[in-house]
Design a protein. Sequence first.
Length: 352
Amino acid sequence: MKNIRQYKGIIATAIFVTSSVITSSASAFGSLGRDVDRFCASTGDPLKTEFQPQVEDNCTACHDNGSRGGSGAGKTASKRDNLEFFCPPAPITPPQTCTDADRDGFNAEGGLCGAVDLNDSHSDVYPGAPEICTDGVDNDGNGLVDKADPAAINCPAQCTDMDADNYSLEGGECGPVDCNDNDALINPGAEENCSDGIDNNCNGKVDSADLNAVGCSIMCTDADADGYNLEGGACGPMDCDDSNPELNPGAMEICDDGVDNNCDARIDAADRACQAMDNDDVLKEKHKKARLKFEACKSEYKQVRREFKNSRMTNDRSDRKRRWKREHRDDDDHSDRKRRWKKRDRREKDDD
C-alpha cells in the first residue's frame, strides 16, 4: 500500500508540472490565459506588451497588490468579463481631409488626396496643366513660363513688319503677306502702278497684267470696224466677235440664226429681245431683212445689167454699121435703109 501511495504522488506531481509548462507557453495566466488567447485570436488583435509571455514577471500585471504586489488590472478586467482589455483593437485613423479650394481636381494636402496642387488658389495651375501663353504663370510647374515653354498654347502670332506698312511677312494670323517688307509702298493694299514694272499690290500680276492697275494707256482693238472693241472696260462694251461687224453689243438679235448677235450671251429665243416680240414682230423683222437683201441684190443686178447692155450695144452697133456698109456700099438707094436702121436703134434705147 505504501508503494501505491508513492506512485499516486509521483503521477500527481507529473500532472502539475505538465500543466504548468503548457500554461506558460500561452499567456502565462492559467485558465484566464486560455480565455484571453482564444478571444484575442478571434479578434486578430495582439496582446498588450505587459501580458505577453516573454515579458519578465508579467504576473504582476494581473495580480492585485494584496497577493503579489501587482496592479490587479488583469484580474479586475477578467472579473468584469472585459477580455478586450488584454488585446484592445488598434486605434482607427480618421480619414484625411482633402482641400481643393480652386476646384481643379488637385488638393493642397497630397498623400491620400492625390498629387499636391501646385497652387490651390489658381484653377489653371496644377500638375499636367496646359501652359497658357499669356497669363504670366507657370501652369504645369515645369519651371517654364508662357512662351518659354515649347508646349505653351494660345501664344499670339509673331508678326514681322520692317517697313511699318501694317502688312507682315508671316501671313496667316498676321494678315495678308507683304511681298516686300523693305518698301512701305509695296503691300497687298497698294494700287498697282501700270508703268513701274513692279507688282505693287503683291497679287503676282505686274502693271497692265493686273486688270485693276492704274495709269495704263488704253489699247482698244476694233478689227471689224463696227465701233466696238475686244478689250471692253474703258474701251466701251466688249465686242464678242471682232471679225464680224454684224455681231456686237449694238446689233439686233436675230431670233432664228443660231448666233448671239448682240453679245449678251443669249441666243435667239433665249434673248429677251426675241422673247418680247410677238409673231407679227418676228415676221416683220424677217420681211425687213429679206427686203434689204433683195434691194441690195436688185441694185447690184441693175448695175451689172446696164454694164452688160452698154457693152453689148457698143459691139452690136459697130457690127451693124460694118455689115450695112458692106451690103449697101454699091446701092444708090441706101438712105431709106439708113433711116430704118436709126429708127430701130432709137427703139432699142427706149427699151433700156
